[in-house]
Design a protein. Structure first.
Length: 577
């Protein structure tokens, strides 16, 4: 019925091409056309959904219709890394294309839309070569981009030299001066190591990493980035590169390259166009060799506000009420990396005023805030939290931020500040809001001073946000709901979402993080419990009776709002019994 002996595919419909190429039968085409009339949609998708064709068959027919070559996913994945790397990953991702081959002044490029003149012109300007477009399906291009560029990033053959990165270390001769370490120890022999380190740093900045881990394993060096609070493997340089990488990082951190038996701590600054990042370096000897962990602190500015942190409306109102009080203490507790400093910075950013003298004592200073006096602790020269705080008291402060209470002396000064007309913000390592009080008492602060000084105690965690590009609804595991404490009625009334995984989120299903909070206002009944040396459970029980939302419940609210997943809340909070 539909077959033609002499046909030009460029003038035929998709179904006719598939039929003449022997990819579908006459009966299958009839059924598909009937389905198309009933449900409205593209014939190719209907053929695939009915199981009559696969995507590769549809792609081949479309290529014949366009009159150009067609390339399969299998062939795309065989393209050499050097060819793929001709086109920068962001450009390839944005325009859905991959370099396939190059010869003389021509580059053959696989594209989802070979008629995209804007993309072709952009490539010509970028590569200074003629572009020969060929056709590939969208799914094939997406998968090829994902796998090929990941392979390039993991490869020890670094194609691009990130020459716009500069590394600076603190000078020994000039206080707060910086020494340019960018060209240190670069010669023909170790230039490849320098390029690997530069690529590692540049990729970490691009991927929003907060930490870089370089560790030796049995057969290779493994480089992992902590992105959104979770470590992800990004590079595997050869085992022979380990010594060179560690030495290079020690050199730019001004550490002792000969010392391999003891831990060392250092720092350096990365400057790139529009960005300045402070890097804290920790070197630890392990049985496999030295492990290096680098914490990246972006010093270029602080863009967060209280509205973007994840507070529920009622919590935000309470928090704002207490950060404008004239005196008292506000403590945020949680483990390292739970966003405590970020929350306090957002609070200072909101309340700063030319009328107030606001001073911070931090280790390290994570962000620079205009209009606020920030002091960096330097224990090696005697500038500790306690010594800095004693000096600040003579500077007529109104509000203070103490980076962390670590010992009795710092805690004692902070409490006395809050009792003598100053508003004090600080952090403490504790599991939840009630245990923060017992931790303060354990450090050595008398219970009557704790009860008198505290205004607000808040525990905080960070959970990953579901990627908005690949978000989908799903049915959670009943066991997870049971662990979360969701009964059948409440669980059935909720919708649950997760991320399928896409290029935008590096196939994790998550992109970005948001806070969950356990906020305990120090009411008079709670103060009396503290004065009476009540235990942690009694304090918690009364706080819950007064309306405190636990970390687990705060996480469940984020699940209910479609922001995060059950697995994230289970990972970040403990079961309540």
């Amino acid at each position: 019925m539909f077959t033609q002996k002499n046909y030009n595919p460029q003038f035929q419909k998709l179904g006719e091409i598939l039929l003449n190429e022997g990819l579908i039968t006459d009966d299958q085409l009839r059924k598909s056309l009937h389905e198309q009339r009933e449900k409205k949609g593209k014939l190719g998708q209907i053929l695939i959904s009915l199981g009559f064709a696969v995507e590769e068959h549809i792609g081949l027919a479309l290529a014949k219709q366009m009159g150009m070559p067609f390339i399969t996913l299998e062939r795309l994945l065989e393209i050499p890394e050097a060819v793929v790397a001709l086109i920068p990953e962001p450009f390839a991702t944005e325009h859905r294309l991959v370099a396939v081959a190059t010869e003389d002044s021509v580059v053959q490029v696989a594209m989802v839309d070979p008629d995209d003149i804007v993309a072709i012109d952009g490539l010509q300007n970028l590569l200074h070569k003629e572009i020969d477009p060929i056709f590939a399906t969208k799914n094939a291009i997406n998968q090829a981009i994902e796998e090929l560029y990941v392979a390039i990033r993991k490869s020890d053959q670094v194609i691009e030299v990130y020459g716009d990165l500069q590394f600076f270390a603190e000078s020994d001769d000039e206080e707060d001066g910086l020494v340019d370490m960018s060209r240190a120890d670069i010669d023909a022999e170790n230039a490849p190591i320098v390029r690997i380190c530069n690529m590692m740093m540049a990729d970490a900045l691009k991927e929003r990493a907060t930490d870089i881990h370089v560790e030796m394993q049995d057969h290779s060096v493994v480089v992992r980035f902590r992105i959104d609070g979770v470590l992800q493997e990004v590079m595997t340089p050869p085992k022979s590169a380990h010594s060179g990488i560690v030495t290079r990082l020690k050199i730019i951190s001004r550490l002792n390259i000969a010392e391999k038996r003891l831990p060392q701590d250092g720092r350096f600054t990365i400057r790139s166009p529009g960005k300045e990042v402070d890097v804290r370096v920790s070197v630890l000897p392990t049985v496999n060799g030295e492990k290096v962990v680098m914490r990246l602190l972006d010093k270029t500015g602080f863009a967060m506000s209280l509205e973007t942190l994840g507070f529920e409306p009622g919590m935000l109102k309470i928090f704002r009420r207490w950060i404008i009080q004239p005196y008292g203490m506000l403590i945020i507790s949680g483990p390292t990396g739970s966003g405590k400093s970020t929350t306090l910075y957002a609070a200072l950013k909101e309340i700063k005023s030319p009328d107030d003298n606001i001073t911070t004592v931090e280790d390290p200073v994570e962000y620079h805030l205009n209009g606020i006096n920030q002091v960096q602790v330097k224990p090696n020269i005697g500038l500790t939290f306690a010594s800095a705080l004693r000096s600040i008291l003579r500077q007529d402060p109104d509000k203070m931020l103490i980076g962390e209470i670590r010992d009795e002396e710092t805690a004692d000064i902070a409490v006395k500040f809050s009792l003598t007309g100053h508003l004090v913000f600080t952090t403490l390592h504790a599991n939840d809001a009630p245990s923060t009080i017992t931790r303060l008492i354990d450090i050595g602060v008398p219970s009557f001073l704790v009860g008198s000084s505290l205004n607000l105690v808040m525990a905080q965690r960070l959970v990953r946000r579901i990627c908005t590009k690949c978000k989908e609804e799903y049915e959670p595991d009943p066991e997870d709901l049971e662990i979360l404490g969701l009964d059948n009625e409440r669980g059935q009334a909720m919708k649950f979402y997760r991320g399928k995984g896409c290029m935008h989120c590096r196939n994790t299903g998550f992109h970005g993080r948001i806070g969950i909070f356990e906020m305990m206002e120090m009411t008079q009944p709670l103060r009396r419990l503290v004065f009476d040396n009540a235990n942690q459970e009694d304090i918690r029980e009364l706080a819950l009776q007064q309306g405190m939302l636990s970390l687990r419940e705060a996480g469940i609210l984020k699940i209910q709002q479609g922001i995060t997943t059950t697995s994230e809340v289970l990972r970040s909070t403990v079961t309540e019994v």
